[in-house]
Design a binder for this molecule. Structure first.
Ligand code: COA
Length: 258
């Protein structure tokens, strides 16, 4: 059976492409399950040091699958939300950074999916929003929590309460997207940044990701203690010897992730 999520590799960069264009890549249980398998495969592959997540066609992801949700009971809604949370947490918990290359609509679960990635590059045609209130529900895959942490409480409240769509320029202004590219340049730009990240010491990048993720909700002294411990651990790696040795020998480092 073909998967709704295509996985490709280019050197140390992995790319996940959500492929259900006739339904604007809407997240059904099947799509979430395929995404979960793709993330597990990425997590198990020590050779992937950075990743890009994108969608096929005119959408990144236009949300959770409304047709599939329409007749859900309260219990089924709870389970579906839990599934989305598990899959998105698995992205956040991947060792390597993930760049969301938002090629089009990133609405509802699509915006939440992009927020579970490390940062967002957007096509100039991208549209973002949390339109759940239009459907009588709330964001259920982390939107009420990750959006305010990314853009601030007031901007997130306005987006979530109105359900309005914003364009890429507005997403950039809010700090939701890091950069905006012409549609044809988006994937190449995301791949270039992913390749740049993958050229660094992968254990160091992974530790930085973990510290930023885990530290953000902790009191500063506690978060700083996590950094101190991880900084010390970096000196137990071959990559630290290689990186500093290469600098002093005026050559490019050859990191091994060890
Ligand atoms: N769930 C299920 N199906 C969806 C979907 C979703 N979230 N978003 C789009 N689709 C389907 C449409 O039903 C349509 O299917 P059909 O061809 O069988 O009728 C197909 O994808 C194409 O979408 P369409 O609405 O015709 O495209 P459009 O360009 O006119 O509009 C959007 C694009 C994104 C504005 C519109 O599809 C939309 O509002 N989608 C829902 C967004 C949303 O509320 N997401 C949050 C869900 S919690």
């Amino acid at each position: 059976m073909t998967s709704f999520v295509e996985v490709t590799h280019d050197g140390h960069v992995g790319t996940l492409t959500i492929n259900r264009p006739d339904k604007l890549n809407a997240l059904s249980q099947e799509v979430l399950s395929d995404l979960s398998s793709a993330i597990e495969a990425l997590a198990a592959n020590d050779g992937v040091w950075a990743a890009v997540l994108t969608g096929t066609g005119k959408a990144f992801v236009a949300g959770a699958d409304i047709a599939a949700m329409k007749d859900m009971t309260e219990g089924e809604g709870l389970e579906f939300g839990a599934l989305g949370h598990r899959v998105f947490a698995a992205i956040e918990n991947l060792r390597c950074p993930v760049i969301a290359a938002v090629n089009g609509f990133a609405l509802g679960g699509g915006c939440e999916l992009a927020l579970a990635c490390d940062f967002i590059y957007a096509s100039s045609k991208a549209k973002f929003g949390q339109p759940e209130v239009n459907l009588g529900i709330i964001p259920g895959f982390g939107g009420t929590q990750r959006l305010p942490r990314r853009v601030g409480s007031a901007a997130a409240r306005e987006l979530i309460y109105t359900g309005k769509m914003i364009n890429a320029a507005e997403a950039l202004r809010l700090g939701l997207a890091n950069a905006v590219f012409e549609p044809d340049d988006l994937l190449a730009a995301a791949m270039k940044t992913a390749a740049e990240i993958a050229s660094k010491g992968p254990l160091a990048v992974a530790a930085a990701k973990r510290l930023i993720r885990d530290g953000v909700d902790l009191p500063l002294p506690e978060a700083n203690r996590l950094e101190q411990a991880a900084f010390g651990e970096a000196f137990g790696t071959e990559d630290q010897r290689e990186g500093m040795g290469a600098f002093l020998e005026k050559r490019a480092p050859a990191f091994k992730g060890a």
